[in-house]
Design a protein around this ligand. Structure first.
Ligand code: ZN
Length: 162
């Protein structure tokens, strides 16, 4: 099921999302619907507050298949990298954000199993962007040079719409 994506100005995007207590069929359905909504948009990541649900759940596909992360936490960071980002909740805009170059994240999967992912490049950026959503933070809070997406940049990484 495609869910409605909330946009900047909706208060749910500014709330601190609650930890997921039990990963049950309802939560798995939400994750599946979020993936469907993300692919439909299209985007490379989506956090539950973006579909109006204040829980700590994000879905990501950095080009290597779908990932579902319940209660994700960044446990390690290294370096610094700047690149353009967009967000499905801030349509039509792009901005340059400086983030950690590499991160390690721990999270629970759909079966409630704890796992960790060590990431750099695009995946590291998406993880940080999506986990920010769980704390009510939008990339435009951190970005420099926020500007409208130009048509000729449509295929750029800058318009990835996470
Ligand atoms: Zn976003």
């Amino acid at each position: 099921m495609i869910l409605e994506i909330r946009t900047d100005g909706d208060p749910v995007l500014r709330e601190i999302a609650q930890p997921v207590k039990v990963i049950d069929s309802k939560m798995r359905k939400l994750a599946s619907d979020m993936l469907e909504t993300m692919y439909d948009a299209p985007g490379v990541g989506l956090a539950a507050p973006q579909v109006g649900v204040g829980v700590r759940l994000v879905v990501i596909d950095a080009g290597d298949g779908p990932r579902t992360l319940f209660n994700p936490e960044i446990v390690w960071r290294r370096g610094e990298a700047s690149d353009d980002e967009g967000c499905l909740s801030v349509p039509g805009m792009v901005g340059t954000v400086t983030r950690s170059a590499e991160v390690e994240v721990i999270a629970y999967d759909r079966d409630g199993e704890l796992f960790n992912v060590r990431a750099k490049d695009l995946l590291a950026r998406i993880l940080q962007h999506e986990i920010d959503h769980l704390d009510g933070v939008l990339y435009i809070d951190k970005a420099e040079n926020v500007r409208p997406v130009e048509d000729e940049c449509e295929d750029d990484q800058g318009n990835e719409g996470d």
